[in-house]
Design a protein around this ligand. Sequence first.
Ligand code: XMP
Length: 319
Amino acid sequence: EWTMAAFREKAIAEIREKVGDGKVICGLSGGVDSSVAAVLIHEAIGDQLTCIFVDHGLLRMNEAEEVVTMFRDHYNIPLVHVQAEDTFIDALEGEMDPEVKRKTIGRLFIETFEAEAKKLGGADFLAQGTLYPDVIESVSFTGGPSVTIKSHHNVGGLPERMNMQLVEPLRELFKDEVRVLGKELGLPAHFVGRQPFPGPGLAIRCPGGVTRDKLRILREADAIYLDEIRKAGLYDAIWQAFAVLLPVQTVGVMGDGRTYEFVCALRAVTSVDGMTADFYHFDMEFLGQAATRIINEVKGINRVVYDVTSKPPGTIEWE
Ligand code: XMP
């Protein structure tokens, strides 16, 4: 009989066998997948593992601090926190093409990661939190001829360049199973239950191009939206909810003055594995409340719209 406890034992044995007394580095993104992979691998091989957390400046509000606190202070897993905001944001500034943005982030991520790994004296293995849907979606989206819908941001290319082997202990699992495994490993429920967050981060939620100011606006709006979702008790019922900052300004009125500010789109979907998704049916009271708070509290937004597109034909992210 297949149980998660049995999977955990088997995975740990496999990691030990594969790694031997080699050194492993793991790129932490702050998401559930790479975190569960890191904790599992740490359980298997202890401090032969070092995690590298590349903060690309495209994370949500307070996210970097939470990751660092949890891994370094709570789990005592060796962690390098690389503050690389300037590198990423300078390179992205002015770029509008979604694929170029994704590829730029992927390339810089690899370069940053590689430089840090070299500082650590290199490693024999690279660990990643690749899941089963990542394996299939990056091969073929439709089941027909292979079509790349979006370039996924895993550290492809790096293992060969640095002469490392991959360790991907979650390759057979779906997201819901990874959450069960995370709980099994003692990760806090609120962490394991976190909604997925894409590697390229807020950059792909700023269609039309990233600037520091737009990221600030988006981060604030997103935090308010998620706060409202949590307060309404809806967080766990939703696969993913986030704000998108549109590259469009519209006219509004505030007090007795005219405003001309950005539009924020809110997205929320239900899904089992991210491959298909339905837009979430909030009640209008909720949306009105979230919109009011965002407009009142975030300088730079004067209009909020809700995205009612399912996947397909939309994708979950806007880019
Ligand atoms: P889409 O937008 O393709 O997203 O419907 C499906 C799921 O994948 C996440 N996503 C990513 N995750 N790196 C990731 O780790 C990426 O480059 C990436 N792009 C999309 C997205 O948030 C959703 O959960």
